[in-house]
Design a protein around this ligand. Sequence first.
Ligand SMILES: [Zn+2]
Length: 284
Amino acid sequence: MVLPVHGHYDHALDAPFIAAWAETEIADLSDDSDDGRGTSLEEIINASKIHFDKIGYDLNWGAVRRDRWFDSNKDTIATRNFRDFKITLVRTKHNENPSLSLIENWPFEKETFPLSVLNMRAGASVSVHIEHRGKTMLIVPTSGKIKTEFCAEELKADVLFLGVGGLGFQLDEEVQAYWHNTVGVTQASRVFPIHWDDNKTKIQKNTGENDPVNLNPPIYDAHNRTLRIFDELVADAETEKPTNHCQFVRKRKRLTAAEHQSSGNPEIKFSPLFVKFDPFIKLR
Ligand SMILES: [Zn+2]
């Protein structure tokens, strides 16, 4: 199953190609309230088929089935069982950075395929919770304003892949609230920051074992600041315990190193690039 989490090029551009290559279904996030302002997934699949046929790819497009998850824009959560995975999509807001308003207001040229980056609008935006053999993970692909979206008990997660793109210029309080409403309420033990690399440059080819592919952060974000705030949150203890796990607690105290060891606070890690890895390994 291919799950494009919203319509921007860095999340959805290759989704039909990947679905055809893997001969699998693709999640359709449109619903009955769709105003037709954008391009439908069906149109994007058809255009992708024409494009890849033309440049000589032999793919099984017949296997690409659209699977619609939401009936109405009032549906905020949807769950499916897929083999032995339980997958839940949770509607979450996109980060409100300047490139978002540029793309949303760019004149739309529906007839042009392949679409320009500026014509790939966000559309519906979701986060993904995955449960598999007793382990849970949550992927929050974009750092939009999160309130109580993840408060449900069944959305707790061992591991959180946390989008940080666009967070670097937000207020300290906003970054702290984002952390609390994702990492805090899901009670994640491990956090992998994601969406921090510069997706406007080409990825260089890896030519051998000693030549790893590098990704670099962009100049238009302030990831150091985001990480500093995250590090401070991890080093703190909440001095007032909330009555339920969704309540925001603001009073904090810095832990000593010894206290931190036994605090159960989450750890922040970076995933290795372009290799398979186990995000749950040696989880506390
Ligand atoms: Zn986006």
